[in-house]
Design a protein around this ligand. Structure first.
Ligand SMILES: Cc1cc2nc3c(=O)[nH]c(=O)nc-3n(C[C@H](O)[C@H](O)[C@H](O)COP(=O)(O)OP(=O)(O)OC[C@H]3O[C@@H](n4cnc5c(N)ncnc54)[C@H](O)[C@@H]3O)c2cc1C
Length: 284
């Protein structure tokens, strides 16, 4: 019997890791064992998490599909996320999903891969990073790409950098470059200071044979997408994850309409060439 995607199931919080002052990672396990065994997702997809009587919010999955627990990295923004932040290990939440499409790993081939994140945008990208690391470790299908691999990540200050303790592991498969908008006087920051495009000076890649996965604040993605196309990266090979308010997650309520597309079911990941005509137009 197929499950009704509009009806939440229960997931239990296993552990919580505080990442920054307003963001934490929640490891969850679907309570029903049969459902837990059949639940599958791809990097880039999201779940709708709910608190009874409060509401529901779309949250990306920040773990890889191979992992035992489903991780969500959540920043306190409003009602649902404030209540989620009050929960403790052992507490239950409502979950629906997985929803949306995924990062197109099948298009990486022998291209240079640039994974570019701003702020919390690293959450859905962490899923694909950890998945690539896992594929490499097990060499299931050989190397994911024969090209070069980069992670470019920017945060407001060094204290806002997410998953900092994981970067040494990422460096086994990627060249990692970090930047902050503002260096923190209390920390001896040795990385770059400036917006993410400034990191491009560290990166030597073949624009025509590259593919880019991009997630972050919309204005940052617009600036960066423009920079990439000016460098000659084909718009069909630039993929961006969009964020819009949504209620149903399955293309029924229309809240997340983005031009002619639904962020929930046509996205959240879009090829730049598919959205370029209407992206950035007011009210879309
Ligand atoms: C596909 C997708 C993936 C996402 N992944 C993540 C993720 O991995 N982690 C994460 O933390 N977030 C993620 N988000 C964002 C998250 O879903 C939103 O921040 C969501 O709105 C949080 O729900 P909330 O009830 O806590 O906040 P809301 O109550 O919806 O508030 C969100 C923002 O709107 C403002 N606001 C609320 N009500 C009003 C009002 N009446 N007037 C003006 N402003 C108002 C709040 O101040 C706040 O800034 C994702 C969103 C999408 C679409």
């Amino acid at each position: 019997m197929t499950r009704d995607p509009t009806i939440p199931f229960e997931a239990t919080i296993r552990w919580i890791k505080k990442e920054t002052r307003d963001t934490a990672t929640y490891a969850m396990k679907i309570t029903d064992r049969r459902l837990a065994r059949s639940y599958r997702f791809q990097p880039g997809q999201f779940n709708m998490l709910s608190i009874p009587g409060i509401g529901e919010a779309p949250i990306s999955i920040s773990s890889a599909p191979e992992e035992d627990e489903i991780l969500h990295t959540i920043r306190v923004a409003g009602d649902v996320t404030t209540h989620l932040a009050r929960l403790r290990p052992g507490d239950a939440v409502g979950m629906r999903g997985p929803f949306g499409n995924s990062w197109p790993l099948d298009e990486v081939e022998d291209r240079d891969l640039l994974i570019v994140a701003g702020g919390l945008g690293i959450a859905p990208l962490r899923s694909v990073i950890r998945h690539i690391l896992s594929l490499e470790r097990h060499r299931k299908t050989g190397s994911v790409s024969a090209g070069k691999r980069f992670i470019l990540y920017g945060a407001k200050t060094p204290k806002d950098i997410l998953f900092r303790d994981e970067f040494p592991r990422y460096r086994r498969a990627f060249q990692v470059h970090l930047t902050v908008d503002k260096a923190d006087p209390e920390e001896s920051w040795k990385g770059d200071v400036g917006l993410i495009p400034t990191l491009m000076r560290h990166v030597s890649f073949n624009p025509l044979k590259s593919i880019v996965f991009l997630c972050g604040p919309e204005v940052m993605m617009q600036v960066f997408a423009k920079d990439l196309t000016a460098r000659g990266v084909p718009p069909e090979k630039i993929f961006l994850a969009m964020e819009r308010n949504m209620n149903c997650g399955v293309g029924l309520c229309g809240h997340c309409l983005f031009g002619p597309l639904f962020v929930c079911k046509d996205g959240p990941i879009f090829r730049l060439s598919r959205i370029a005509d209407f992206w950035g137009v007011r009210e879309l």
